[in-house]
Design a protein around this ligand. Structure first.
Ligand code: XMP
Ligand code: MG
Length: 179
């Protein structure tokens, strides 16, 4: 039913599962002997985070943070606002930020600087990377998939809070946001 709104599927559920296993195995190696804090950025990271954490075979803790830079539409406002801070003390901690997508880079730059300022050592994992969208210099340490500069939905990503529950990443038909 939701599929009728999708122009094309960019990344399938199977591809995300395979890539999550690869990144999870890599994190298991790279953080061996440590207990990193997995920090999910609400709300978009949840489906990918759920895939990923099952593939990490060391102790981790989990916490969440909510920020917003988008206000309903398909264009970024250029401003990052803290909606919900995390509970866990972060000074001296290894933090693995899990994001759905890096576009302009504003959100992750803000988060990285904030957490580093609080004394954390920050690693970034993103499901998707829209490299062409970058406005500030920031790179992920682990990337699921590079994608072209198109507005995507699914696997956590929304248009106006909808389509987050699609089991794949796809491009919406224009008529959906043209009304
Ligand atoms: P920035 O620009 O700060 O973007 O790197 C990060 C946040 O912007 C949202 N975003 C998107 N959301 N489809 C979406 O549903 C997209 O194509 C897209 N590009 C950016 C997203 O919330 C992300 O956390
Ligand atoms: Mg987001």
């Amino acid at each position: 039913m939701l599929e009728k709104d999708i122009e094309k599927v960019l990344i399938t559920e199977e591809e995300i599962t395979i890539r999550s296993k690869e990144i999870g195995a890599q994190l298991t190696k790279d953080f061996e002997g440590k207990t990193p804090l997995i920090l999910g950025i609400l709300r978009g990271s949840i489906p990918f985070l759920a895939e990923l954490v099952k593939r990490i075979d060391i102790h981790v803790e989990m916490d969440f943070m909510a920020v917003s830079s988008y206000h309903g539409g398909t264009k970024t406002s250029g401003e990052v606002k803290m909606i919900m801070d995390l509970d866990t003390p972060v000074n001296g901690r290894d933090i693995i930020i899990v994001e759905d997508i890096i576009d302009t880079g504003l959100t992750l730059k803000y988060l990285k600087e904030l957490l580093e300022h609080r004394g954390a050592k920050v690693t970034i994992v993103t499901m998707l990377d829209k490299k062409e969208g970058r406005k500030v210099e920031i790179e992920a340490d682990y990337t699921g998939f590079p994608i072209p500069n198109e507005f995507v939905v699914g696997f956590g990503l929304d248009y106006d809070e909808k389509y987050r529950n699609l089991p794949y990443v796809g491009v919406l038909k224009q008529e959906v946001y043209m009304g």
